[in-house]
Write a protein that binds this ligand. Structure first.
Ligand code: NAP
Length: 298
């Protein structure tokens, strides 16, 4: 019999991931802290749990897709948390972006309760989550990764085997460090060019024609020019990931001067009230401090 899969966290990413797991043929049970987000799932005939503990009691595999370290701790160790409902052998598939320290603590807690832990954050954003094409950064024992392979395949492709528990999380911080640094550098360059009177279409053409070409610059360049800051990956989540990367690097004794600067740029953009806008809105920090407007916007 196909195992029931539980999904805790039906945000921008968790909801489409849950839909893809269901489309792959798995019975679904979902939980979300704010109950409104479960309504489309109830309407579609899926089971809705009243707590993370109930998800763990009723599902053999529990996917967690929540904001950060605090949210992971809350759904795992809070009142009626997963640890209260876990049964021997339950697989805990942790896919949120958290710190290596939170991953280690969660894995230990799950294993002490008799569960099995897979560390599998994802790279990609809402579009790939809907299409089932996220890059899955999987880490854990080989036999366990084999056991969850069909579920992970419903969520994304490729599935990269990053190593032992913790290495998926570290890989996620690696790639999002680069993402945040690139976004911040791009916004800074656009501000520089705009301040000198360069045309934004021309700047994008030059970027796309040369060695610095990147899908990130093309997509975000078009979004910025059109004034489209609809959140795909919001500033506050990128800011969190840069904080986590710098923290982990500090512990490892590696300086990250560019990432620390990018983190502060995202911090400023968030402080200016743009935290829920797409990461491309980091450009608004430069616009504000330099008194300029990038693209066709007023
Ligand atoms: N968006 C992206 O492009 C993207 C891409 C890759 C990875 N990620 C990572 O994926 C994770 C989820 O991102 P998202 O974009 O889906 O975020 P989101 O839309 O903000 O959803 C966050 C989810 O976490 C839940 N949550 C937050 N704090 C909680 C708490 N204390 N207790 C219980 N539940 C809590 C929220 O519940 P409520 O509905 O009650 O607030 C919601 O279900 C994050 O770690 C993010 O960094 C995001």
């Amino acid at each position: 019999m196909t195992q029931t899969v539980g999904v805790i966290g039906l945000g921008a990413m968790g909801a489409p991931m849950a839909e893809n797991v269901s489309a792959a043929g798995y019975p679904l049970i979902v939980y979300n802290r704010t109950s409104e987000r479960t309504e489309p799932f109830a309407d579609a005939g899926h089971d809705v749990a009243d707590s993370p503990a109930e998800v763990a009691e009723r599902a053999g595999i529990v996917i967690v897709m929540v904001t950060d370290d605090e949210a992971l701790e809350a759904v795992l160790e809070g009142d009626d948390g997963v640890l209260d409902g876990i049964t021997d052998g339950t697989i805990f598939l942790q896919m949120s972006t958290v710190t290596p320290a939170a991953t280690a603590a969660a894995a230990e807690a799950v294993q002490d309760a008799g569960g099995r832990y897979v560390d599998a954050p994802v790279s990609g954003t809402v579009g790939p989550a809907e299409d089932g094409t996220l890059t899955v950064l999987a880490a854990g024992p080989d036999d366990l990764l084999d056991e969850v392979d069909r579920i992970l395949s419903a969520i994304g492709e490729p599935i990269v085997d990053c190593g032992a528990v913790g290495d998926g999380t570290r890989m996620k911080l690696f790639v999002n460090l680069l993402l945040g640094d690139m976004m911040s550098a791009f916004a800074e360059a656009l501000a520089f060019g705009t301040a000198q009177g360069l045309d934004d279409d021309d700047m994008l053409t030059v970027v796309e024609a040369g060695a610095v070409d990147s899908p990130l610059f093309s997509i975000k360049g078009e979004n910025i020019a059109a004034g489209d800051f609809e959140p795909r990956f919001p500033i506050d989540l990128q800011f969190k990931d840069l904080r986590y990367a710098v923290e982990a690097a500090n512990e490892a004794g590696v300086p990250l001067p560019q990432t620390a600067a990018a983190r502060e740029t995202f911090s400023a953009a968030s402080g200016m009230g743009h935290g829920e806008e797409d990461m491309a809105a980091v450009v608004k920090f430069f616009e504000r401090v330099a008194g300029l407007s990038i693209g066709e916007r007023e």
